[in-house]
Design a binder for this molecule. Structure first.
Ligand SMILES: [Zn+2]
Length: 140
């Protein structure tokens, strides 16, 4: 899945998820993408916003958008989550167990096999499946 920042002809910006860039091209060409604010089908890719946007009005716009759009809400959840949790890759089971044993309040995420998840659950280690795949970290 990839997310695009899109903009309609009335300058409403929104985010939309697609299986891949060809899906986007296809749906866009067939007019299947509509603005969630005004319903306009004239939609194109927005110029990407800077990584650290100005705080002022952008913030409010994002918050209200997240209230109506489950995908935007999911994305915000993912960003907040990634900021507060360490990605440990396939060492997840090991790390989660160590944190649980030490009673730490630290949060980690990563990959685990179904067997590892079952074992962790049986040991009483709290864990949750993520509704998204963690993005690879360049600094991991
Ligand atoms: Zn619009």
């Amino acid at each position: 899945m990839i997310v695009y920042d899109l903009v309609c002809d009335a300058a409403h910006r929104f985010e939309a998820w697609f299986g891949n860039s060809a899906d986007y091209e296809d749906q866009q060409a067939r007019g299947l993408i509509a603005c969630p604010v005004c319903g306009s089908g004239t939609v194109g890719k927005a110029v990407m916003a800077p990584a650290v946007p100005a705080k002022s009005n952008q913030q409010g716009q994002r918050a209200s958008l997240a209230n109506d759009d489950p995908m935007a809400r999911l994305l915000m959840l993912q960003r907040a989550f990634e900021a507060s949790s360490d990605y440990v890759g396939d060492r997840f089971a090991e790390e989660a167990r160590a944190i649980h044993a030490a009673g730490e309040a630290r949060s980690v995420h990563g990959e685990a096999t179904p067997e590892e998840v079952k074992a962790l659950r049986e040991e009483g280690v709290p864990l949750l499946p993520l509704p998204f795949r963690p993005r690879a970290r360049s600094d991991a």
